[in-house]
Write a protein that binds this ligand. Structure first.
Ligand code: HEC
Length: 179
C-alpha cells in the first residue's frame, strides 16, 4: 500500500534530486566558437564558408579513381539501372517528354553544393577523410566530366561559386509562407 511514509520518502528523494541539479549544472556547458567551427562546415550557394585550398580536374582524376570510382563508375557513369550512383550525364533529360536522369551535371543548381556534399559525406565509407585540396580537385574532376569546367581550371573558394550549373534556372521558387 502507498503509505504516508512512502510518499514522504518519495518527496525527500525528489527534493534531493532537484537540490543536486541546482548544485551541479553539468548538463551541458557553453560551447566555444572554435569548437563549433569544426562541425559548422556548411557551404552556402554563394560559396560562403569555402575553406582555403585549390585543385584541378587533372589532379582530381587520381583521387576519383582511387576513392570514388568503385561506387560511382568509370568517369562517373554507372552502366545499367537508371544510372544509379552516376555523377555524370543526363543532360537534357529534365524535359516533359523524357525520363529524367538526375545527376550532379544535369540536376544540381549550385557547384558549391558538390564541394559541401563530398567534403561531409564522401567517400561513403570514409567520410571527412579528404583534405580541402582533395575535395576541390575531385569536385573539379566531376564538373569536368560533365563538361562544366576545363581540365586545367583552378577550382578554389573564388572560382567555384562562379561556376554556372546547367540546371541553375530549372527550379521554380516555392513561397512556403505566402504573406
Ligand atoms: C562505398 C561506395 C562509395 C564511394 C567509395 C563513394 N561514394 Fe559517393 N555515394 C555513395 C552512395 C551510396 C551515395 C548515395 C548516398 C545517399 O543518397 O545517401 C553517394 C552519393 C554521392 C553523391 C551525390 C550524388 C547525387 O546525385 O545525389 C556525390 C556527388 C558523390 N557521392 C561523390 C563521391 C565522390 C567524389 C567520391 C570519392 C571521393 C565518392 N562519392 C565515393 C557511395 C560511394
Amino acid at each position: 500500500m502507498f503509505t504516508a511514509k512512502a510518499i514522504a520518502v518519495c518527496a525527500s528523494v525528489l527534493t534531493g534530486v532537484s537540490a543536486a541539479l541546482a548544485q551541479s549544472p553539468q548538463f551541458g556547458q557553453p560551447i566555444e566558437p572554435a569548437d563549433i567551427a569544426a562541425w559548422d562546415i556548411s557551404i552556402g550557394p554563394d560559396g560562403a564558408g569555402l575553406p582555403p585550398g585549390r585543385g584541378t580536374a587533372i589532379e582530381g582524376e587520381a583521387i576519383y579513381v582511387a576513392k570514388c570510382q568503385a561506387c560511382h563508375g568509370d568517369k562517373g557513369i554507372v552502366p545499367g539501372v537508371a544510372l544509379a550512383g552516376a555523377l555524370v550525364g543526363g543532360m537534357g533529360t529534365l524535359a516533359p517528354d523524357k525520363t529524367p536522369i538526375k545527376t550532379v551535371g544535369s540536376y544540381w543548381p549550385y557547384a558549391t553544393t558538390l564541394f559541401d556534399y563530398v567534403r561531409r559525406a564522401m567517400p561513403f565509407q570514409e567520410s571527412k577523410s579528404l583534405t580541402a585540396d582533395e575535395v576541390y580537385a575531385v569536385t573539379a574532376y566531376v564538373l569536368d566530366l560533365n563538361g562544366i569546367v576545363g581540365s586545367n581550371d583552378v577550382i578554389d573558394a573564388q572560382s567555384l561559386p562562379k561556376v554556372r550549373m546547367p540546371n541553375r534556372d530549372g527550379f521554380i521558387p516555392f513561397p512556403r509562407n505566402p504573406k
